[in-house]
Design a protein around this ligand. Structure first.
Ligand code: FMN
Length: 150
């Protein structure tokens, strides 16, 4: 049985809604999977090694930056000496294409994970605008591309 950790950093609940959707969809796509959902406020990097796949999501805030919750976590991760060699990740971000720095938190998360030797197993997903059925449908398609390959 594979273990997947889903962690989200949200300011107004959108990223949490997507993370909850992922949490509910994963067992349908891969029934043998055990999924845990964790708010990034409570995430510790030691948990990454205990999971076969870590799915991380955050919204972009204030001119292309991490939101305050993902900022705190990723600053701590950057400063840590942890080696994530071989540990698998998939990354998603929420934003609005109305902003010039659309969803740039995705690249910021990718850079930190890569700097710790983590393995990003699929193209990261950038989600634009409100959480609606269309958005959740594209999240489901994204999951289907890689969840059964871990
Ligand atoms: C103050 C503020 C700044 C934002 N800055 C950006 C930005 O630079 N780039 C972007 O793509 N989206 C930006 N957004 C849009 C949010 O990322 C988007 O509304 C997202 O769905 C919020 O998700 P959350 O509720 O999980 O935090 C901003 C929103 C606010 C309120």
């Amino acid at each position: 049985m594979s273990k997947i950790l889903v962690s989200f950093a949200t300011m107004s609940g959108n990223t949490e809604r997507v993370a909850q959707y992922i949490n509910s969809e994963l067992p349908k796509i891969s029934p043998e999977t055990q999924v845990s959902l964790v708010n990034m406020m409570e995430l510790t990097e030691e948990l990454f090694n205990e999971h076969d796949l870590n799915i991380l999501g955050s919204s972009t805030w204030t001119d292309g930056e991490f939101n305050p919750i993902s900022e705190e976590f990723f600053n701590r991760l950057s400063a840590s000496t942890i080696d994530l060699n071989g540990v698998k990740f998939a990354i998603f971000g929420l934003g609005e294409s109305y902003y010039p720095e659309f969803c740039t938190v995705v690249e910021k998360m990718e850079n930190v994970i890569k700097s710790k030797n983590g393995l990003i197993i699929t193209e990261s997903l950038k989600l634009d605008g409100y959480v609606d059925d269309n958005m959740l449908h594209s999240v489901g398609e994204w999951l289907n591309q890689f969840v059964n390959t871990i």
